[in-house]
Design a protein around this ligand. Structure first.
Ligand SMILES: [Zn+2]
Length: 392
């Protein structure tokens, strides 16, 4: 079994409580795709191969727990219109639905592969991918089958928006989602999601979708409280969902419910950036004892960034998080939102998913926004992006 020693690490973030913070002058050994050892570079064991990182920082690979990467076309014109005065509503999703239905499987898979590669170049090593731009049995099922080729974290989001052909009969669409569509999609999905928002689905509809998914063995997550206050966050907490995402408009009761339930609040600041909306108050959630994750929500409408470093920078600059809290939310927080304990940290035994930064510390992720700081990305211990100095 070939082992790899990464040494000369200027600062190593493991999220191991025993380390009490990032380790200076560190090393890490990878074996069989897992972290086998971490500690001071001076006491590192021998390995079959080694790479000196020259004082660069190493952080856990980002866990992007919320994205919509199976689609065709883009909505750059809609973005431009929004930036010059038009307001955002969920209805623009229908533009992407039409383009996605018209695309071939090969076109959808190629666009997905392009975006996943883009994420690897920015340090993301785990990504959740949702359906939700097909909105027919055939198009949702093929979206998930294609997503399953790149990740185990696939989410059935038939309940994204009511498609135009059923705009007059949303009840019939919920019946379709919870019946034949779910039956066709469940084999390719780990999660079921619903957009609980005015203009999308109400609390009763959300409850029906999540219950039907649960009956098929799918765990629940939810989009809620993005465009205004609503019942979604409290419903997610009541149902014990792994995560409720957006959380932009929260009442005190919502925050209390999040703190009491342990449901992870996933904040998606790229959306607020790209729709010029108020940011969620991460500080309020953290101070209340809630679990917080950061994710990209990469999608062609409300937020077409795939950059977790940008989300970290926004969370620090606009949402009251410290750089360390934002990094934790973008790694361990995302892992928790996906019910995973093998990723999002670099404790011994973790999957060896990590990013080598062209920087001496993790602080630079927020301190140098917009700069391509990820020099190398390792997934399961092999180099997925970088100059080729690690094992492949
Ligand atoms: Zn979303």
């Amino acid at each position: 079994m070939v082992s790899l020693l990464l040494t000369g690490i200027g600062e190593l973030t493991t999220h191991d409580p025993a380390h009490g913070g990032p380790l200076p002058d560190a090393a890490l050994v990878v074996e069989a795709g897992r972290v086998a050892w971490t500690g001071s570079a001076r006491s590192a064991p021998a390995a079959d191969a080694s790479s000196d990182l020259g004082g660069r920082a190493v952080v856990p690979g980002f866990v992007d727990s919320h994205s919509h990467l199976v689609f065709a076309g883009d909505r750059a014109e809609e973005f431009a219109a929004r930036m010059t005065g038009a307001s955002y509503s969920a209805g623009g999703i229908r533009t992407t639905v039409a383009a996605t239905r018209a695309a071939t499987d090969e076109q959808l898979a190629a666009n997905l592969a392009r975006l996943v590669a883009e994420m690897h170049r920015q340090g993301t090593t785990t990504v959740e991918v949702k359906s939700g731009y097909g909105l027919t049995v055939r198009d949702e099922a093929r979206s998930l089958a294609i997503a399953r080729q790149v990740t185990d974290e696939t989410t059935f989001l038939g309940a994204h928006v009511v498609p135009p052909e059923l705009a007059d009969d949303p009840g019939a669409y919920v019946d379709l989602v919870t019946g034949p569509m779910l039956a066709a999609c469940a084999p390719y999905a780990r999660w079921v999601d619903v957009f609980c928002e005015r203009g999308a689905f109400d609390a009763d509809q959300a409850r029906a979708v999540l219950a039907a998914g649960a009956a098929r063995g799918l765990r629940g997550r939810m989009h809620a409280n993005q465009l205004g206050p609503g019942p979604g966050v409290r419903l997610a907490c009541e149902l014990g969902l792994a995560a409720v995402d957006h959380c932009t408009y929260l009442s005190d009761d919502d925050v209390d419910a999040l703190a009491a339930s342990g449901t992870t609040a996933t904040l998606l600041p790229g959306v607020e950036f790209s729709t010029r909306s108020p940011y969620p108050d991460a500080r309020r959630l953290l101070d209340a004892g809630c679990y917080v994750a950061l994710a990209s929500d990469c999608n062609p409408g409300s937020c077409y960034t795939s950059s977790m470093p940008l989300c970290i920078a926004l969370a620090v600059r606009e949402m009251g998080m410290s750089p360390a809290e934002a990094l934790h939310a973008a790694t361990a927080g995302g892992a928790r939102a996906l019910g995973r304990d093998d990723v999002g940290h670099l404790r011994v035994g973790a999957r060896a998913d990590l990013a080598v930064l062209e920087a001496p510390s993790h602080l630079h992720l927020a301190y140098r926004p917009g700069v391509p700081l990820v020099r190398q990305t390792f997934v399961r211990g092999s180099e997925e992006h970088g100059p080729g100095t690690g094992l492949r």
